[in-house]
Write a protein that binds this ligand. Structure first.
Ligand SMILES: Nc1nc2c(ncn2[C@@H]2O[C@H](COP(=O)(O)OP(=O)(O)OP(=O)(O)O)[C@@H](O)[C@H]2O)c(=O)[nH]1
Length: 204
C-alpha cells in the first residue's frame, strides 16, 4: 500500500478546510474552526493501487500550530496551494508559498524542486468580486511548474474531487520516476561487472 501525504496550504480564509472537507465528505460546511490543525486519513483505490492518503490542513494562527512551515514542506509528498480569487492578498500568500517550495536555495521539501504542486483559485462563485484574474493564476502556475485550476468549494463537488485526484496522480507519477531513477543494488552491480569484463573481453 502506498502512503501519500498531501498538504493543503494557503492564506487565512482561502478555503483550505472547505476544500478538504468537500473532498472527504462531499459536503460544504459554511464555517470551520480555524484554531486547530488536522491530519485526515482516507483509503483510496486509484489506478489499481490501494492508497493510504493523509491530508494535512494547517492552522492559520501560527502561535497555535504544532508544525512549522518548514516541517510541512518536509512532511508532504505534494501540495495544494489555495488562494481566494476575490482576495488579492491571498494570491500574494500563495505566490510566496510556491516560491518557498520551488526555490532550490530555500526549499525544504522532501523532493525539493520536483514536488507535485497544484495551485487552486477557490471561490469561483464570487467571480463578480474577483480581484485575481484567471490568467494571473495560470501564469504563476506555468512559471513555477505547477498544475492550475479555478473552482468553488461551495458549489462544485465534482471539480473538487477531480482536483484532488489530479494532484494524487501527480504524486504517484513522481513516486514511479523516483523508483526508475534508483537502480536496484544487484542490477547495478551486474551492470558494473558486465561493463568491466565485457570491455576486457573485447580487447583480447
Ligand atoms: N463563497 C464561497 N465561500 C467559501 C468557499 N470556500 C470557502 N468559503 C468560505 O470562506 C471562509 C473560510 O473558509 P475555510 O475553509 O475556513 O478557509 P481556511 O483557509 O481553512 O481558513 P483558516 O483555517 O482560517 O485559514 C468560510 O466562511 C467558508 O464558508 C467558496 O468556494 N465560495
Amino acid at each position: 500500500m502506498n502512503d501519500v501525504k498531501l498538504a493543503v496550504l494557503g492564506g487565512e480564509g482561502a478555503g483550505k478546510s472547505a476544500l478538504t472537507v468537500r473532498f472527504l465528505t462531499k459536503r460544504f460546511v459554511g464555517e470551520y474552526a480555524s484554531n486547530f490543525e488536522s491530519i485526515y486519513n482516507k483509503h483510496l483505490c486509484l489506478e489499481g493501487k490501494q492508497l493510504n492518503l493523509e491530508i494535512y490542513d494547517p492552522c492559520s494562527q501560527p502561535q497555535k500550530a504544532k508544525f512549522s512551515l518548514t516541517s510541512d514542506l518536509q512532511w508532504a509528498d505534494g501540495f495544494v496551494i489555495v488562494y481566494d480569487i476575490s482576495d488579492r492578498s491571498s494570491f500574494a500568500f500563495a505566490k510566496a508559498m510556491i516560491y518557498r517550495i520551488r526555490e532550490p536555495q530555500t526549499s525544504h521539501c522532501k523532493r525539493a524542486v520536483d514536488s507535485a504542486v497544484l495551485l487552486v483559485g477557490n471561490k469561483q462563485d464570487l467571480c463578480h468580486v474577483r480581484e485575481v484574474g484567471w490568467e494571473e493564476g495560470q501564469k504563476l502556475a506555468l512559471d513555477y511548474r505547477c498544475q492550475f485550476c479555478e473552482l468553488s468549494a461551495a458549489e462544485q463537488s465534482l471539480e473538487v474531487e477531480m482536483m484532488f485526484i489530479r494532484i494524487i496522480k501527480d504524486i504517484l507519477t513522481n513516486f514511479k520516476l523516483k523508483e526508475k531513477r534508483r537502480p536496484s543494488g544487484s542490477k547495478s552491480m551486474a551492470k558494473l561487472i558486465n561493463n568491466v569484463f565485457g570491455k576486457r573481453r573485447k580487447s583480447v
